[in-house]
Structure formats: C-alpha cells, structure tokens
Write a protein that binds this ligand. Structure first.
Ligand SMILES: [Mg+2]
Ligand SMILES: [Zn+2]
Length: 184
C-alpha cells in the first residue's frame, strides 16, 4: 500500500503556465479546479508538497525573497480553501549552474524525503512536463502527467522511459482517481 504523499509541480499543474516568469504573488493564477482537487486530496489523507524549477531567480527576474513571498502567499491561499501544502521546494538555479536540484534531477525530492522522513518509492509526482516525470523516476517515485501545462497531448515518444504511471486531463481528475478508493 502506498503512503499518501504527493509532489506537485507548480506551473502548469497548480497554477497557470503562462510561458513567462511569475514575479509577484498576484501573477500566480491557480488553474481551475485546483483548490477543490487539493482540498479533496487533503481530506482523503494525502500529504502535499510542491517542487518547482524557478530559474527566473538565477536570471535576475525576481529575488529569492520574492519567490519565498510568492510561495508563502500560495500556501496561505490554498490553506484557506482546506488544502494544506506542507512545504514548497524551489530550485532557483539556471541550467548552466550545475546544481543538483533542478529537474530533471531528483535533488528537491531527495531533500524533501530527508527533511520529512519520506520513502520516495511510496511517493507520487504530478507534473506537466517531461522533466517532472524524469525527476520523479530518477527519485524512484511513481508519476502522473497532467495535460494542463506544457503538455496538451500525451505523446509517449516525448517522455523518457519509463512512461508516466497515469495520464490525467487535469489535477481534479487526478485527485478524483486517487480518492476513488481503488488500489492503483
Ligand atoms: Mg510545469
Ligand atoms: Zn537548483
């Protein structure tokens, strides 16, 4: 039996992937159905974490303080709707920085596992892009692809092997499937 731990990518899963960097709290717009989905998961006993690449910090579009402010406001907003997110992990680096946290590397998941005593083999990663799925697999997690961000149509050849465990149209249908009571 899986422990109920979910790692969510931010842009394109929880919030709108607008193709530009979100640099203030008001720029971060939740996707439709997300608060409902997360509240449903919380109620069903799932622990929620967010993990996100935010190279806009390395590129100078926003400060790390502003990124933290955006995330604390996001967490407060979700919590007010009954969705408790335990922590937000962000990689502020650029691909040229050679860090170990930027997805598709599993660094953020490994750090979270250490800090929260999680068994990654029991965790589920939800993402909208191949690098989310790759990071999940690299950490030994199961993965779910949602089609609300970078990927609108699932084309298996665009994804590193193995393929996502499940493909859902959006987070609400993912949450519904996870809360349906089926052993999956
Ligand atoms: Mg994304
Ligand atoms: Zn990093």
């Amino acid at each position: 039996m899986l422990s109920k731990v979910l790692f969510l990518d931010r842009d394109g899963v929880v919030s709108i992937e607008g193709g530009t960097y979100v640099t203030t709290p008001v720029d971060l717009q939740l996707l439709p159905g997300v608060t409902e989905a997360l509240a449903m998961l919380c109620k069903a006993g799932w622990r929620l974490f967010i993990f996100t690449n935010q190279a806009g910090v390395a590129k100078g579009y926003l400060s790390i303080d502003m990124l933290n402010t955006i995330h604390s406001e996001l967490v407060s907003r979700l919590e007010a709707s009954g969705a408790k997110v335990e922590a937000v992990y962000a990689c502020p680096h650029d691909s040229s920085d050679g860090c170990s946290c930027r997805k598709p590397l599993p660094g953020m998941l490994e750090r979270a596992a250490n800090e929260h005593s999680l068994n990654l083999a029991d965790c589920l990663v939800v993402g909208d892009s191949p690098r989310d799925i790759a990071a999940g697999h690299a950490a030994g997690c199961r993965t779910v692809l949602v089609l609300t961000g970078h990927t609108h149509v699932y084309i298996p050849s665009c994804f590193p092997h193995p393929q996502p465990y499940m493909v859902c149209s959006d987070l609400l249908s993912c949450a519904t499937a996870l809360c349906s009571g089926e052993e999956w």
